[in-house]
Design a protein around this ligand. Structure first.
Ligand code: PLP
Length: 417
């Protein structure tokens, strides 16, 4: 569900026409719909009913301060994977006590800062990390709340770069090892193990990998309980997919129901958190771009636009497919185009084989670009990063101004002599 739609042949974000935004802000720019992102968050939250739960939005999907602030106002917690993301959450008004810190490579500085501000939990991924956290917590004179991230060895059936819950992936700890680690952690003075965590991948379009992984997590929890080790909460990660073109992933409420049913079947009433990122922001945003040139090609033409792989990396990185729509519905017979950017790489395409009725100067919207869009942008080819806009009903707010070319070399110095 999203709030992008045609009105009289013109594409709108909520009640604002994208032509108006392009006129005000220029292109390329990311446009997010507040109503859409809030709706997605609320569906996850409501689906839990009275089961104790927390929605921890995964900041890496879209970390714009305005996005984090709006979600924080709804009561969201946050899943972070770096010290930079922690500062973003705090800057946006998020509560440290609602932050969970994930990731395989937390540095000493990152762990210390997280303990100083008092995050809710550090999700640990190795014995070496347990040792480091225990030592740093001791230095600070605090007890670190931690969970162990289990690698359940479940195939999420997604692109290999975003599968994280297979034995061969770098993430998580195999359950057998995690049991030893739990015992070790019990003897660590400055660490308290409160939970078990798991995250098996992203853009999952089936429920069964989620429920299989949860079953493995529950096996693990019961095995711990048999040893007299208690677990206070489960963190089941994110990963629910979204429709980009023709995918039909489960609805968020069906996904939550499946998790709750799996737990009920095994008589588990532990509080649960989930960490959706893509499912909240993906379809709440698009990338607005203008056609610079139409160029004939061998099989079909190229629509050369002013956005590129540095603005939206997903097609180049994951062979991801995005829907492309005309902002003003054309009247000419549609023709087939590859939508490509100005960057000097043949991998610089945003979409392929699209039937479009366009001419130079027209606007296009690359849909489903609200997650893993701006956050992956770079300055490759010395291209300033795009602006970001949030539409709220009939208002639109620039929540990040377009980078200037002067900013590109702000941090650079010449070699003296
Ligand atoms: C990336 C990530 C998420 C979010 O994944 P989505 O597919 O965007 O929902 C959640 N938890 C962890 C640990 C992650 O690394």
């Amino acid at each position: 569900m999203d709030h992008f739609h045609y009105r009289g042949g013109h594409y709108f974000a909520e009640d604002v026409s994208l032509e108006q935004i392009a006129g005000d802000v220029g292109t390329p720019c990311y446009v997010y719909s507040r109503a859409t992102m809030e709706h997605h968050w609320k569906v996850f939250d409501a689906a839990f009913g009275d089961h104790p739960h927390t929605i921890l939005y995964a900041v890496k999907a879209n970390g714009n301060l305005a996005v984090l602030n709006l979600l924080s106002r709804l009561g969201s917690g946050f899943d972070i994977v770096s010290g930079g993301e922690l500062e973003r959450v705090l800057q946006a008004g998020g509560r440290a006590s609602e932050v969970v810190f994930s990731g395989v490579g937390k540095s000493e500085a990152e762990i210390t800062r997280a303990l100083e501000v008092g995050v809710r939990c550090l999700n640990l991924e190795s014995a070496a990390e347990l040792e480091r956290v225990n030592r740093l917590a001791g230095d600070l004179g605090v007890t670190a709340p931690v969970a162990l991230r289990i690698n359940p060895d479940v195939d999420p059936g997604t692109h290999p770069y975003i599968a994280t819950g297979l034995r061969e992936n770098k993430f998580g700890i195999p359950p057998e090892e995690a049991r030893c680690l739990y015992r070790l952690a019990r003897d660590c003075q400055h660490v308290e193990v409160t939970g078990v965590a798991c995250h098996i991948g992203s853009q999952l379009t089936q429920l069964s990998p989620f429920t299989h992984a949860l079953d493995r997590v529950l096996d693990f929890v019961f095995a711990l309980q048999d040893e007299g080790l208690s677990v206070e909460h489960l963190d089941l990660g994110g990963g629910l997919g979204i429709p980009y073109i023709d995918e039909s992933p489960p609805q968020p409420d069906d996904y939550v129901q499946a998790l709750l049913e799996t737990m009920a079947r095994r008589d588990c009433r532990l509080p649960v958190s989930i960490e959706p990122g893509r499912a909240i922001m993906g379809n709440a945003g698009l990338l607005l771009t203008r056609v610079e040139y139409l160029k004939p090609g061998n099989q079909h033409g190229f629509a050369v636009v002013d956005a590129a792989m540095n603005d939206l990396l997903r097609p180049a990185l994951y062979q991801a497919r995005h829907e492309v729509v005309e902002v003003s519905r054309g009247t000419d017979t549609p023709e087939c185009y590859d939508v490509v950017g100005p960057v000097c790489e043949s991998g610089d395409f945003l979409a392929r084989d699209k039937l479009l009725s366009v001419k130079a100067g027209d606007l296009l919207a690359i849909r489903s670009a609200g997650a893993y869009g701006f956050v992956m942008s770079s300055n490759y080819n010395a291209r300033p990063r795009p602006a970001e806009v949030i539409v709220d009903g009939s208002y639109h707010h620039v929540v990040r101004t377009r980078e200037t070319t002067a900013q590109l070399f702000d941090n650079e110095q010449l070699v003296p002599q």
